[in-house]
Structures are given as C-alpha cells and as structure tokens.
Design a binder for this molecule. Structure first.
Ligand code: ADP
Ligand code: MG
Length: 243
C-alpha cells in the first residue's frame, strides 16, 4: 500500500467559518492533522468547540472555507457530488449518538442499506450485512427490528452499518452518549477493534475514560486545537482491555 493510502485522512490548515449576521463564527481554525490507518482518535472539547464540524469536514458532509481535507489521498472538496456520495457510502461511515436506525427495517436491512444505495444486489448486500452484524456480536439477531433490541444492541447495529462494505474510516459523534458505561465501553471496544484491523476512527466523546483506548487525543476549544496527545501504549494486549 502506498504511503498516501496508509494515511487515510489528512487535514491541512483547515478552517470553517459561518456568517452570523454581520460577524463571523470560526467553527474550526487552521487545523492540521494526519490520521494514519489503524489509529483511533478521540476528540474532546466543550459544546460549540468545533467537534462536529471537524467530523462533517472529514466525512465530506461539509467543505472547508480554507485549507484542504484529503481522504485516501483525494481532496474531498474537489470531488463531484456523486463522488462525495460514493465516498460516504464506500469509505467513510458515521455513527451518531441518536439512534438513527430506520424503525421499519430489520437490523440486517438497516446495515444492508448503504450497500444497496450503492448499487449492490440485494443478495450480496444481505450477505455483507450479516457478516458485519456478526463482527459486532449480533449474529442471530439479524431479523430483529430496532425496537426489539436493547440500546447497546441498536448502537452495535449502527456500528455495523458504519463499517459494512469494507469502509476504512468511521466517524463517531458521541456514540455512547445515550448508553450506560458498560454498554458504552463495549461500543468503544468495537471501534478499537475496527482500528486494530486497519481502519481509522475519529470519535467525539465527553468521557475521559474513552481516551484510554485512543492512539491520539485531540482537545478543541473555540475551534482551535489546544492539545494533541499521542499515546503509544494502545496497540494490542493492554491490561484491562477486553478485546
Ligand atoms: N450550520 C451552522 N451555521 C452557523 N453556525 C454553525 C453551524 N454549524 C456549527 N456552527 C457553529 O460553529 C461552532 C462549532 O459548532 P460544532 O462543530 O457543532 O461544535 P461541537 O460539536 O463541538 O459542539 C459553534 O459556535 C456553532 O454554533
Ligand atoms: Mg457536536
């Protein structure tokens, strides 16, 4: 694999501003960051500090006012709308705090959806969805509707939907916010395992305990990165980790 492909995400002096009447809100200022394959990044900071803006920019849901975001070596802002949509369906997956599963679809159908939107056959999408559900520990529960699953199980379905189809990057915005700490911990372990198998994850969290499994801890305040802590002891076999 080329160095460029190993470097899944790169932010180069990325700024995002919003016009607010006559003044300007700087949601994210001059942020530079490299996220190689295999790394789990946690982003912490007070409300309004730019955490969700950072994820939206990496995921191609938003484009910078200045600077450049590259995913797998490609400038996200330079992609056509069709290519941006393809990036979201094939390369980057999202997990949100809100249970955003479609209630009328089974777990398997929810997970298969991004693949079907991307043109996969029903059969191949269903097979990949079952594999992804097995990967998050939900084998046997494929036919359940979201309401028939616990909150933690629903969040696992959301993780399966974010990684299905061989996606490389998962963006998670407070994915454990609605869960109790043990269940939240299980979701974090899934994201850690995704990174240990070559993916990258950028996770917004308010829980300092979640930084324990991170390789890189980023702290934001008022749109400015105030601290980037590289942790070196998180590869494999860390005592106390259940994975
Ligand atoms: N669509 C928008 N229009 C105007 N201002 C926005 C918009 N999105 C975010 N902001 C502003 O940018 C700043 C950062 O927001 P956000 O990234 O959502 O912060 P966080 O996720 O850390 O709470 C906030 O001041 C917010 O009000
Ligand atoms: Mg936010």
């Amino acid at each position: 694999m080329s160095d460029e492909a190993q470097l899944l995400v790169r932010l180069d002096r990325v700024t995002r501003t919003y016009a607010d009447g006559s003044s300007t809100v700087v949601a994210l200022a001059e942020t530079t960051m490299d996220i190689p394959a295999g790394r789990l990044v946690t982003v912490m900071g007070p409300s309004g500090s730019g955490k969700s803006t950072l994820l939206s920019l990496i995921g191609g849901l938003d484009v910078p006012t200045a600077g450049r975001v590259t995913v797998l070596g490609r400038d996200v802002a330079a992609l056509s709308p069709v290519e941006q949509a393809r990036l979201r369906r094939r390369v980057v997956g999202y997990v949100f705090q809100d249970l955003n599963l479609l209630p009328g679809l089974t777990a398997e159908e929810n997970v298969a959806l991004p693949l079907e939107l991307d043109g996969a056959s029903y059969r191949s999408a269903a097979t990949a969805a079952r594999e992804a559900l097995a990967r998050v520990g939900l084998a046997g529960k494929e036919s359940r509707f979201p309401a028939q699953l616990s909150g933690g199980e629903q969040q696992r379905v959301a993780v399966a939907r974010a990684l299905v189809g061989g996606r490389r990057v998962i963006l998670a915005d407070e994915p454990t916010g609605a869960l109790d700490s043990a269940t939240g911990r299980a979701v974090i372990e899934l994201l850690r395992r995704f990174c240990d198998t070559g993916g990258s994850c950028v996770m917004v969290t308010h829980n300092p305990a979640h930084a324990e499994v991170a390789d890189i801890v980023v702290r934001l305040r008022d749109g400015v990165v105030t601290e980037v802590e590289h942790r070196t002891n998180q590869r494999v076999g860390v005592p106390g980790r259940t994975a």
